[in-house]
Design a protein around this ligand. Sequence first.
Ligand code: SF4
Length: 233
Amino acid sequence: MGEMPVDACVLDGIDVQLEASNVARRLHAEKGAEDYAAIQDLVGQATSVAKPRAMYKVAYVDGRGEDLVSLDGVRFRSRVLRVNLDDVHRVFPYVVTCGTELDDWSARLGGFVERYWADCIKEMILASAIKCLHDHIRQEHGLGRISAMNPGSLPDWPLSEQEGLFRLIGDVYGSIGVRLSESLLMIPTKSVSGIYFPTETSYENCQLCPRPNCPGRRAPYDERLYREKFAKR
Ligand code: SF4
């Protein structure tokens, strides 16, 4: 509706809110135990150095094929993404990260257990940054429900599509310090890339992923969904 493409938007003042008690609960450490105090100490260190960041841009669908979709001239090959964007014209490609400061801090920790705890802390800080980006995009662009797809989370949209996604978003490294390794994984590793899009009904990649006992599962596996919604007819 006449809206012009805008440059990428960077969120670098994301508030870090992390309760030591929540981290301890996730790590099954009882209050009063020795581990609890050590975790509390790590959470204090982490929250004082952490600078999680996010970057996204507004992009427009400018081409569609059977199992590909073009966004601002960059082609993505995925049947699921193409069907999810059937009634959508405007999308929000993004990268969000726990930040290089936190990554450097955890790399300096000595012990195996401390590093494991630090990984959990980094994941929780990343999760709150994702929520912040999600809420920002909804509010800023007046959207109801939004869902995301992430390259590499389904065989239908492999990790090889990361390069196109980074090209679409812009100078991700210069803006928020996230780069792609040779194997196309993100560094810092506690980063997430993807495309947000408006939806009437909620969509989760997990609905199409049969992985058993996944600790990150956000929705039950729906065996019929692919056949009913995404399969070519
Ligand atoms: S079930 Fe687990 S592996 Fe599968 S998409 Fe969800 S989080 Fe990823």
